[in-house]
Write a protein that binds this ligand. Structure first.
Ligand SMILES: C[S@@+](CC[C@H](N)C(=O)[O-])C[C@H]1O[C@@H](n2cnc3c(N)ncnc32)[C@H](O)[C@@H]1O
Length: 284
């Protein structure tokens, strides 16, 4: 298999391309089924690719296929035409394991009717549980395959397909009571800072972050820690193996921020107050 870095398109090797385009191979709906014998080594390599795209082997007699949380047929046609596939880990997709979601919801204390924003929702590990807590959940996701899975899940009031960082906090009707998020780690601080703009004064934000935010000494990370300290937020270490079920050994922490109405966090209310403050400054 070619050397790879995360978030790269990977070339489909010729022998695997031949298997996937074999007229006996069935690629339909959410499934890829290969009803003929492959040698072990070829099967193993094919299995790695199908899993990397997001598939899971379902060995039940009635299925015996790789199944995907999105309609794979159209997607696979595009991959085969291009001769390459995007990894499921593209855009930093690491689903939050159930035990971590449980911890997050303990901290978020979602009450019946609370509005909740999940701004990088993946296929909805957090969305589903937040909705089960009777939160009214809106979510955002950049990847079309995962948006499809979120819509199929049916747990959110709104599923927005787009780049969360492009959404204007002041364009929403009402800020959210809760923000719960596990953002892409390549810009985790940027996502949390942006998400604060959607949070109601008095609301709570809970986020999973890479552990290095607790010690990195670059300016953005130092300022972020200062902001957390000023707002009396908590950075709680998670077990070292918290993300092993999602295939990564990255160490993580849980951030909990309660937005004090008179506090320093750049919440939705804070954003709304900015133009007024500028006007006052202009007339002083
Ligand atoms: C670490 S995963 C977390 C998924 C989900 N929150 C969960 O806990 O299972 C990050 C997700 O953010 C999505 N994402 C990355 N950049 C994004 C952006 N700018 N706007 C919205 N979603 C984004 C990725 O596609 C991926 O599904």
């Amino acid at each position: 298999m070619p050397a790879r870095t995360k978030e790269q398109l990977m070339q489909i090797p010729g022998d695997i391309h031949a298997v996937l385009t074999d007229p006996r191979t069935v690629i339909s709906g959410d499934r890829v089924q290969i009803p003929f014998q492959l040698d072990d080594a070829l099967y193993k390599r094919l299995n790695v690719i199908l899993k990397d795209i997001g598939g899971r082997w379902d060995g039940r007699k009635a299925v015996r296929a790789h199944t995907f949380p999105f309609p794979v047929a159209e997607f696979m046609r595009a991959c085969l035409a291009a001769g390459e596939w995007p990894s499921k880990f593209e855009q930093g997709w690491y689903p939050t394991p159930p035990a971590v979601v449980y911890d997050m919801l303990e901290h978020a204390s979602i009450r019946v009717g609370h509005t909740v924003l999940e701004p990088s929702a993946g296929v909805g590990s957090i969305v589903k549980r937040a909705a089960e807590e009777m939160g009214i959940v809106d979510c955002v996701e950049i990847d079309a395959r995962r948006v499809h899975a979120l819509r199929e899940l049916g747990a959110a009031r709104r599923v927005i397909h787009g780049d969360f960082l492009d959404l204007d906090p002041l364009a929403i009707d009402e800020p959210y009571d809760r923000v719960v998020m596990n953002p892409p780690f390549n810009n985790a601080i940027g996502h949390v800072m942006h998400a604060l703009g959607f949070l109601r004064d008095g609301g709570t934000l809970v986020a999973i972050l890479p552990e290095y935010v607790t010690w990195h000494s670059d300016r953005a990370t130092c300022e972020f820690r200062e902001l957390i300290a000023l707002a009396e937020g908590e950075l709680i270490p998670l077990p070292a193996d918290a993300f092993t079920p999602s295939g990564t050994s990255i160490r993580t922490v849980l951030l909990r921020l309660d937005a004090d109405p008179d506090g320093s966090l750049p919440t939705h209310g804070w954003h709304q107050r900015q133009p007024l403050q500028l006007d006052l400054f202009a007339t002083a």
